[in-house]
Design a binder for this molecule. Structure first.
Ligand code: ATP
Ligand code: ZN
Length: 304
């Protein structure tokens, strides 16, 4: 697709997500929770939006920042690690900033960390002077080394970074870590965090001046409704009036209790939005304090 065609006015929004991998399924379910649905094409690289004019392009995560920069896609769901790395690369090549992080999405959490062989006695970044560090994130690593005032060799590898010290191609590594199991299996230990990462919604720095502007505003509003309520639960129960204060004290992580309109006598019907965990233990405590008919409901979507 030529850049001219890509930047021409469009009345459909195109979102790039990972085709397969860690971010693929959570990205799709987040977009589905925002009310989007698609007709899948046979090659499954392009999904035509049915409920709204919002199409999906299924690609490798590494391609997403570039697709946004070139205007081929309007939005993308990608790890902050990938987005920052490619932004750094663009800057190093004298290219203008082309995309930005619109929303953190709360999944795909990981850290870009330095990890050294287990037997190292880690005392701090000064120890890295003159060492060789293997990584798939040369731009983020180089920026961090500059900040620390350290000169070290950056060995760029596209995969299997964690075996570089064993192979002797590097002394230590800079790689993504979530549980740490891969590091342990390779007799490495994490010592410094360069970046806290998670999946983000990325978009272009320039604003749309066609139908995509409205579509994007609607999508962002819906997404905020989904993200803000993701861990919220609606708690409903009945209780006598004189028990309400004690019950409210048991719910510090909830909105104030609201009584639903009902009769003058008898128990009140109460509800509140809980933002912390609603455990069995909490429900049992509420019951002991006089709550009856307790019910916990997940919140699928909300407009604020
Ligand atoms: P692709 O085929 O799309 O290039 P990939 O192998 O580069 O896939 P994945 O391993 O699926 O990608 O990782 C995608 C993103 O998931 C990473 O860029 C990162 O943001 C996030 N992530 C979360 N935890 C981890 C982890 N332990 N290791 C690697 N990535 C992680
Ligand atoms: Zn990738």
């Amino acid at each position: 697709m030529s850049p001219i065609a890509a930047h021409a006015a469009r009345d459909r929004l195109r979102i790039a997500i990972q085709k397969s991998g860690r971010l693929a399924e959570p990205a799709r379910s987040l977009l589905a929770a925002c009310g989007l649905s698609w007709r899948e094409s046979r090659d499954k690289l392009f999904c035509y939006g049915e409920s709204l004019p919002v199409d999906l392009l299924l690609v490798r995560d590494d391609d997403i920042p570039g697709l946004i920069a070139d205007g081929v896609c309007d939005l993308g769901v990608v790890g902050r690690n990938e987005l920052n790395e490619q932004a750094g690369e663009r800057a190093a090549n004298g290219l203008p900033q082309a995309y930005c992080e619109l929303r953190p999405l709360g999944f795909g959490g990981c850290r870009l960390m330095l990890a050294v062989p287990d037997e190292w006695d880690w005392q701090g970044p000064a120890q890295l002077q003159g060492r060789r560090i293997a990584t798939s994130y040369p731009s983020i690593l180089a920026a961090w080394l500059r900040e620390q005032g350290i000169e070290a060799g950056v060995v760029e590898l596209s995969g299997s970074v964690e075996i570089a010290p064993k192979l002797g191609t590097a002394d230590l590594i800079c790689d993504l870590v979530s549980s740490g199991a891969t590091l342990r299996a390779n007799l490495l230990k994490p010592v410094e965090t360069l970046l806290e990462s998670e999946a983000v919604l990325a978009g272009p720095v320039r604003e749309f001046d066609d139908a995509r502007a409205g579509l994007m505003a609607m999508l962002l509003r819906r997404m905020d409704g989904v993200l803000a309520r993701r861990d919220s639960k609606l708690l409903m129960f009945r209780a006598e009036r004189d028990a309400v204060d004690a019950l409210a004290r048991l719910l510090p992580e909830a909105d104030p209790l609201t009584a639903l309109p009902g009769g003058e006598d008898g128990p009140l019907s109460l509800q509140t939005m809980c933002h912390g965990a609603v455990t069995w233990q909490l429900l049992e405590e509420l019951e002991r304090a006089g709550a009856r008919g307790l019910m916990v409901l997940g919140v699928e979507r909300a407009l604020e």
